[in-house]
Ligand binder design. Structure first.
Ligand code: 2PG
Ligand code: MG
Length: 422
């Protein structure tokens, strides 16, 4: 097995124009691989944290050049000579960081290094990243495509963060992608007519930005677009409520078009699950309400996804399992800061029948690696925005390439998902 020779860290930009970390790992036999850390905006309180310099004249405090210059020698020295083995390197990073939330080295730093090591190991073996991580990987995920952006991801008056289409009945991943773009164009026409051309501007994840005040208004728009695209019946719907950001701790209510008590919110979920073909709802309650999530999971047959609630953290996933809270894990490896820990979270979740939804961040990069990670994990879904921005197409184009590479061995997850939640 090759050895790590050197780790270099540099400041590069994410898709929002904010600085992020590029880590380059070089091995003793000259293999080199680079990985970029993505960055969230509607982050959970329990996530591992990013470190930034806070130097106001450099990217308004979002830069990290000083931090990287400071930690690079220390990390490079600690990892030099260690075997090119993801769990060993991750363990060394965790030890070196020494905090519970990666706040010394920064989860942005550890995530980039962890992924770069995985890429270097795959390259050293001469195989694709997904194949290196799981030689039996065969599943192409259903895209959970976020076509209307709101909340913290858009400058509009839409309180709900993501209105999603899921092309579950497509024959394969390539067809699924073509369906979503047909829907995107149909939606664009409607949005232009009804909301004016400004609403065609895209949010952070490439979705359109009409002002939709309520769940019903957004879902109506999507289902009409699906009908206009001639795809009614083939598609189901999803939401990311990102409910932490709608929640008022003092009143214990959620503000959408008006303030809702938890019970009122649950009644609305029941209505859309029963009558509007909504099959997946992410973060339906605020990030510490495991009990509320458990109630929803018991009461309504749908996919209940934990993002800010679970933060890809094995301990929080275990707690969810014990309480029967949710049945799907939103998987973002930078929420915990190393691939190994994120892998454990997925393993624990999957063993208890949870779906895995691999996800981008709203400030993502041209690094396509989560496409490989989704296939390696056997994730039934991937959430990576609308394919009209480069950091999103990077992932979709990589999945198209993986579909071609797998050929007849590949299997699109749509049918299975329909059987479980359709
Ligand atoms: C989410 C993510 C990605 P962010 O809430 O699911 O869509 O947003 O990266 O801003 O946390
Ligand atoms: Mg989310």
């Amino acid at each position: 097995m090759p050895y790590v020779k050197r780790v270099r860290l540099s400041e590069v930009l994410d898709g929002r124009g904010d600085p992020t970390v590029a880590a380059t790992v070089t091995t003793d036999d000259g293999v080199e691989a680079t990985a970029l850390a993505p960055s969230g905006r509607s982050t959970g309180r329990h996530e591992a944290v990013e470190v930034r310099d806070g130097e106001s004249e450099w990217y308004n405090g979002r830069g990290l050049r000083h931090h990287l210059a400071q930690v690079e020698p220390e990390i490079s020295e600690a990892l030099e000579g260690s075997r090119l083995d993801i769990s060993r390197v991750d363990e060394a990073l965790i030890q070196l960081d020494g905090t519970a939330n990666k706040s010394r080295l920064g989860a942005n730093v550890t995530s980039a290094i962890s992924l770069a090591v995985a890429k270097a190991a795959a390259r050293a073996d001469g195989v694709s990243l997904y194949h290196y991580l799981n030689p039996l990987a065969r599943t192409l995920p259903v895209p959970q495509m976020n076509l209307i952006n709101g909340g913290r991801h858009a400058y509009n008056a839409t309180p709900v963060q993501e209105f999603i289409v899921m092309p579950v009945k497509a024959g394969d991943f390539a067809e699924a992608l073509s369906w979503t773009m047909r829907i995107y164009h149909a939606l664009s026409q409607m949005v232009k007519q009804r909301y004016g051309h400004h609403a065609l501007n895209t949010g952070d994840e490439g979705g359109l930005t009409p002002d939709v005040p309520s769940l019903a208004a957004g879902l109506d728009l999507l289902s009409e677009a699906v009908k206009n695209a001639g795809l009614a019946g083939g598609v189901r719907y999803g939401l990311d409520m990102a409910a932490t950001h709608l929640y008022d701790v003092n009143t214990q209510q959620y503000t959408i078009d008006r303030a809702y008590t938890r019970e009122e919110l649950f009644a609305m979920y029941a209505d859309i699950v029963e009558h509007r073909q909504v099959v997946s709802i992410e973060d339906p309650v605020e990030e510490d309400d495991f009990e509320g999530l458990a109630q929803l999971t018991r009461r309504l047959k749908a996919q209940w996804v934990g993002d800010d609630l679970f933060v890809t953290n094995p301990a929080r996933v275990r707690r969810a399992i014990q309480m029967g809270a949710g049945n799907a894990l939103l998987w973002k490896f930078n929420q915990i800061g190393t691939l190994s820990e994120a892998w454990t979270a997925a393993d624990v979740a999957r063993r208890h029948g949870y779906e895995i939804v691999v996800s981008e961040r709203s400030g993502d990069t041209e690094d396509p690696a989560i496409a490989d990670l989704a296939v390696a994990l056997g994730a039934s879904q991937i959430k990576t925005g609308a394919p009209v921005r480069g950091e999103r197409t990077a992932k979709y184009n990589r999945l198209l390439a993986i579909q071609r590479e797998l050929g007849t061995l590949g299997r699109y997850a749509g049918q299975d998902l329909m059987e479980r939640y359709g």
